[in-house]
Write a protein of this length. Sequence first.
Lengths: 388, 210
Amino acid sequence: MADVAPAAVAAPEGRGIGRSLLLTLPVALWALLMFSRALGVPGVAVKVAAVLTLIFLVTLFFLMVRTRKTNRWRRLFFATLGFLFPIGFVWELIALRGSMSIPIEKMIAGDTPFCFMVIPMILLPAALTRTVIFPGAILPTASNPHSIAVMIGLWAAATLVLGKGWCAYGCFFGGIEEGVAAMPRKARIRKIDGRWRLVPWAVLAAIVLLSLATFTPTYCAWLCPFKTVTEYSEVRSIETAIQAGIFLSLFFGLVIVMPWLTKKRTQCAFFCPFGAFQSLFNKIHIFDIRIRRDQCKDCVSCQNSCPTMALNKQSVADGKTLINCMHCGACVDICHKDAAVWHIKGTPVGAAPERARLLHLYAAWGFATMFGGSIIAGTLTKMLGFLG
Amino acid sequence: MRLLTEAALLGLASGPACLASCGPVLAPWLVAERPGWRRALGLLSVFLGGRLAGYLLFAVAAGLAGTTMPLEARARALLFAAAHLGLAATLIVYGLRPRRRRAEPPLVTIAPARRSWMPVLLGLFTGVNLCPPFVVAAVRAMETGSVTGAVLFFLAFFTGTAVWFVPFAALGALRVAETAATVARFTMLALAAYYAYLGILTLLGRLLHG
């Protein structure tokens, strides 16, 4: 267990403008590097979209630095990503094939875009039989740039940098829920049994076992709520009709209605097998959030604020978050006693929490700018182009 | 003798396919039970006994029929649906059953330990699985032309496949936390939904398409 540093003097509320600008400079330069290519592409829409995205991302980072708050600004980015991703994706599908549904012929031809959600299901069959059980192309093609190799490479890089933070900075699906959960002023359902948190692990175990048994990506075929806003198998039989029914029910139940009622990311917290899988990488991630017991007054506001219920009475008593913490920073932001702090593993808890937060943010925002930023800019380009 | 060797080798070669069909049920069940090495071996034996019973029932039916009747499409679909619905029901019952708290062993045991039909049922329903190796075995068993021949053939086939199940006992020996056991029970419920769906879909398909 890491040492605990003596309680620090309470940090000032905000940071000065000059210092904030200086700390934002690396991110601004990174964003400029990321979007400079778009500035050279012919067409006004691309340039405007790139500039708008750049300003949006850099401003949010500046505000994170200036206000010393993470989650409020991150959530704005993440919800924007969540709402714009499906628009851009569906737009592209309709432009390419005139429909959101993917015909069986396209699947057989290996033309299905690869989604990171499939990763836990393909690992064991690939290890045992050298077969990738997904109807997609290994390398990118003109008609399918979202190939298996590209997406796995991207996920591996993101996982190294973010751990479970992928769910707070990368997963556009989570952004939809985050946006919906942020809308109501108060939660209608406040008491949720902590055991629901175990369901994603069960879904993960079930889909991994069934994928190994049937050699099909079971989750994509049967359970993915986000098929509703991306693409799904063409409804041609009872089976595909049932599948579509399941996708719709899960989407509206877990991504729209429940987040609205609970102000939690219910799909992520109580269903998503990929989130459970990604939690395992928190073990090797260098950043975490800790609770300083000497400062904590057991007010439970951190537990209430956590969108994925990654804190409970026991974990707070132990001074840690649970394994499913996605490092969104909601608990740190809300803690009035500065008991919840960012922490770098191997260093004393509370020694330099703001430094730990900033280091985490540089990594996370660097990835968010590259990955989420390109999605936001891409969709904005399409929308601006459409508007003329 | 040659036929029995063939059956055993067929079973041995088909092991991975059997593991694929039984593994998803067996693995979470053993993790949820947390029986320890010895009891895991016992439970596994009972499970395999149930599986053997499934095989032999099929063998007797095949032997008595003396034809490929049990493999006819309609009968096959009904058998498939019944096995999957039975399996789903068993998994649901197990998944929802309140957990027995582990009490200290009593100083004097008066009543015998409670026995459960769970492993027998799981074995039986996973056993009647018309996977390709099973169908091959069924056809060869029918070719023997007698009930005894068919039963012996399936017995040898079963022995060949059973070897692959022994490593599962290690799962039962895992000292997993209560949380992992709960996750395993949830997993069984998720699997139950899947098998129930398969069973219902097969029945619906039969009803709609004859």
